[in-house]
Ligand binder design. Sequence first.
Ligand SMILES: Cc1ncc(COP(=O)(O)O)c(C=O)c1O
Length: 434
Amino acid sequence: MSQRLARILDETRKYHQDAQDARSFVPGVTEIWPSGAVLDEEDRVALVEAALNMRIAAGTVSRRFERAFARRLGLRKAHLTNSGSSANLLALSALTSPQLGDRRLRPGDEVITVAAGFPTTVNPILQNGLVPVFVDVDLRTYNTTPERVAAAIGPRTRAVMMAHTLGNPYAAAEIAEIADEHGLLFVEDNCDAVDSTYDGRLTGTFGDLATVSFYPAHHLTMGEGGCVLTSNLALARIVESMRDWGRDCWCEPGESDTCRKRFGYRLGTLPAGYDHKYIFSHVGYNLKSTDLQAALGLSQLGKLDMFSAARRRNWRRLREGLDGVPWLVLPEATPRSDPSWFGFVLTVDPGAPFGQADLVDFLEARHIGTRRLFSGNLTRHPAYVGREHRVSGELANSDVITHHTFWVGVYPGLTDEMIDYIVASITEFVGTHR
Ligand SMILES: Cc1ncc(COP(=O)(O)O)c(C=O)c1O
């Protein structure tokens, strides 16, 4: 490293220390965010170093992150994308590839999913001309069950795609088994659950494909970013092709002829020898991210264990603090799971002498940030009314969530004092509404 670079990075560390907010927590005044990035000195240094390297597109740092992240999750391949939503679009689109033969998803095929979640888990189903089949979730875990998934399977059902809700795993082993028995493809939206386990195994390792988000609210951040992971090398090739414009060639930008056949292919109805760099085997996208993002991701990845421990600790402190408070349905981890939580979700008992909105207003007035369980029942949103779908069973709990559920934060930036203030505020509010 040049002396000048060392000096700049040293100054960056000093800048970081100067930029720290030294103000202490003031209950009712300090903002308690429900989620956010936790960025330290090394993250700032990583970003500055990446900027000085001027690696402004995807390149070696992205590949390094992909290898490290795949290794961390125990999977063979990771492909970075520009968001978690793009990762979901890419994962499901990959399953429509003609290269999958009879297994490929075709327009009109059904994909089982849940109604109470994040919209971009469902959108790729519609965007690919497929039909979502909505199943309900349980209150307390906010996940669906293998029984509901099995009951939803019909003659056109070909896949399952759903998220581990707010970090809480669903029974992924059983759902993978059902998928296997019925020849269904299985995508785990792991955007909110990196480092969670089910049956001692990391979520994201049960399905054919898994997706991750690196938006600041998530377990690791790159600002914006996402990832598709798999151990299936044929699927990985399809994912890469569809992410990179649909091209058939796998050379990195700036590389040529790694296959030593650049001018030796005859594909489609193209003339023999057409430049492989410009042969397209999929109707693809460009969903790539940049090395600047990957540099931050690498720096964040080293802190994953610490982040997960903080998320678990904060969740437990809230759970213990609120135990026994009347009118609240408290969350529970799915049996045999160890969630790396995304949030602490609460449902106000529909029979309570106050409503969810009253409690949320009270907390927000104290600068305690709250969020909805994303869409609630997605089928009620204007974008989805009139769109082709099927509902298996009823969406009664999804409707309860729409009316009565919200969550507060557990992210690693929260202190014990903040958590205790959340507990005290909720307890105080409920105490005045007996
Ligand atoms: C379960 C789930 N899937 C997908 C996404 C989309 O991720 P992104 O915001 O990176 O597009 C989110 C966003 O929070 C999410 O919670």
